[in-house]
Design a protein around this ligand. Sequence first.
Ligand SMILES: Cc1cc2nc3c(=O)[nH]c(=O)nc-3n(C[C@H](O)[C@H](O)[C@H](O)COP(=O)(O)O)c2cc1C
Length: 392
Amino acid sequence: MLQGRRVLLCVTGGVAAYKSAYLARRLVEAGATVRVEMTESALEFVGAQTFAAITGEHPFTALFAADLVSPHTELARWADLVIVAPATGATIGRVANGISEDLVSATIIATTVPVLLAPAMHTEMWEHPATERNLETLRGFGYHIIGPEIGALAGGDSGMGRVAEPEEIVVAAGDILGGEGKGQKVLVTAGGTREPVDPVRYLGNRSSGKMGHAIADAAIRRGYDVTLVTTADLPTHPAAKLIRVETAEEMLAAVAGVEPHVAIMAAAVADFRPKSAAESKIPRADGLPSIELTETPDILASVVQRHPRPFTVGFAAETGGVERAVEKARKKDVDLLVYNDVTEPGSGFGTDTNRVVLIDRSGDTEELPLLAKSEVAERLLDRVAAAIGEQG
Ligand SMILES: Cc1cc2nc3c(=O)[nH]c(=O)nc-3n(C[C@H](O)[C@H](O)[C@H](O)COP(=O)(O)O)c2cc1C
């Protein structure tokens, strides 16, 4: 969605300019290439160096004396999207009236790409008829306006006028630019389940959840509506609907509550669990306990048996050859199986890299080289998007 897109972030002179440093960071994290313009007043609130450190490029701060010959037109053409955050009453007024006397207003007036404005000002300024009229004009130009919201304002005041939150602006930016996942729900499961033996101990596995979380992240950036059911305590994209679980039973219940178009089942679900967990810790003094095991539910099967069934991706973390995984893909009746040999160096549990083979319904295999898990996630989503496209 924002991956690889060029976003020009224009920062104007309100206290909320400090939030735009975080906004710039979130845009970069979402995969956008970000350039920043700042008005003279914005520089009173936050330093250009902050944005330089976040985006890797010095902000443009003047129409003249910039590195570019004609910065407003060059930047206007460079961008896929212009975001103005915060947008002051002054800048809104200039643009609404075609006054291109500084870099930011000249760029906005010179651009033909979508413009997203996040106004921020004191309630009195927001409610002034001039502001209302100017915003009406900007809406008439087809500009997108986000916020403001009610909340704490500068100088200890509160009321309508607080800038929209950076996360909301990132989501709005993604919506404007669109993405292959728009309108599609994706379910991702991640991490290894933990099956309690007693209140202290559990039967678990080495899955870290990194692969599943990387997939959820990449899917969000492509515009999918993502639900992540995970056992892992890892950073999660704020736009993902997060459901934390521990056991296979809990994961099954969480999965049952989601109706996705695509299900990517990356979790390592225990095959067996203790038939019953002891209510208190089993004392060592009692000697070696024997633990009776029983089968856990087959969560993947519960998904592929649905009518209509989602496009389903299974994962096979194996120690055998790819032939076994091809057989597994057929048996499990998945649309795509991601196979990896966890004994290979740099591959599988806990690492930041993975070497996988993608196996489709006809048993055809695509071997990927050793890649960062984030890149494996991108390649996998490319395949999913292509397969869904073919299915129509
Ligand atoms: C402490 C302080 C806070 C301000 N906050 C805002 C604000 O939130 N919104 C706004 O429209 N103007 C605010 N202003 C006024 C603008 O800085 C002023 O109108 C300026 O000319 C805006 O210029 P620019 O749009 O080129 O950045 C503030 C001024 C000061 C001194």
